[in-house]
Design a protein around this ligand. Sequence first.
Ligand code: SAH
Length: 400
Amino acid sequence: MSLPLALDLTDRLVVMVGGGPVTGRRLHAFVAEGARVRVVAPWVCEDVAEVLARDPVLVEWVRRDYTGPDDLDGAWLVHTAAGDGAVDTAVREDSAALRLWCIDATDASATAARVLARTEVETPDGVVTVAVHAGGDPRLAAGVRDGIDLALRSGVIDLRRRRPRTTGWVALVGGGPGSDGLLTTRGHELLASADVVVVDRLAPRGVVSRLPESVRVIDVGKTPHHHPVPQDRINAILVEEAQRGHGVVRLKGGDPYVLGRGGEERLECEAHGIPVEVVPGVTSAVAVPAAAGIPVTHRGVAKSFTMVTGHEQVPSLPTGSDHTLVLLMGVSLLRETALALVSQGRSVDCPVAIIERGFLPDQRVTIGTLEDIADLADSCGVQSPAVIVVGDVVRLAHPV
Ligand code: SAH
């Protein structure tokens, strides 16, 4: 029989008898919970020594064997892992006499308190902890915990706050280049915590379609030359929704800070005192070339790359074909860009690849040279979104 309870150990004394690795592991956990700890042991392992060195105020070391109930003075909780059955028994009995909860790490069934297998996920509204007790089988408990941990990370467990908040929060989440599998686990956790999701055209749509109906999805997707929701308005939506007490995920394509205006969105939220978390994403600048088999650097072929927007006149760039250029938003000005690169000194033979809709079912790759790529793109009707790669690394592309 046992009733799982949560203990707030902040500033409460825990006495730990023994200085071995089990003490070390639990010591980390107790200190992380804000406890004060007295370690009673003639010697300590490296792990314990490290915590003692780091937290000399919170953690005290009584450097000798356990001598009796006086060592437990002031304790709220006792933990014994002395490596000596007689000592553990004495600690258990002394604790019981003092009506102190005691955990015997070597024999969980010998004491009335035990540590459960647990996992936690940090939502912007606080930490959610799941603890598992499986009778007298700690390994079963750990296995169940691992399964729950996986579910928590994948976002299948709803983490949305049920109690109203005074202020909401915003998370700018990089969704990767559009395929569901390239969203980070942190991104999934935050989507499972959000009430409102503000989504871009190039964000992973499959993930959005699986959100529960209770989540409000605001689509601010832009297409080139057609900006249905201007950036100012997007910023205002994030602020207004958070001010209404909602948890808001701004799900963006690729990485929020790569040509994604994530910096502006963050600053706007911060200017209104709204907490913001920024979660990096897999940027299309590197990932979309990879979808076509093109590494942006490759030993002996290219050791550096530059990413630029192809939306404006290209700046002056290194001209060797061993330096890779990656152009985002470069379809409409492709002809001008190719000419500019040649006039800067790039060879007309320099290989070029255009990868449209990378990682999506209708991905298409077109390969040419600076001389002919614009004509090729015209004849096959290349369209945005596409990443354009210029340089010798294009020769490594998967056969088209
Ligand atoms: N923040 C994003 C980039 C936004 S700019 C990122 O880090 O990836 C938008 C440009 O990204 C598009 O015009 C296109 O050049 C590129 N892009 C994004 N997703 C793409 C995809 N799946 N396939 C091809 N290009 C993509």
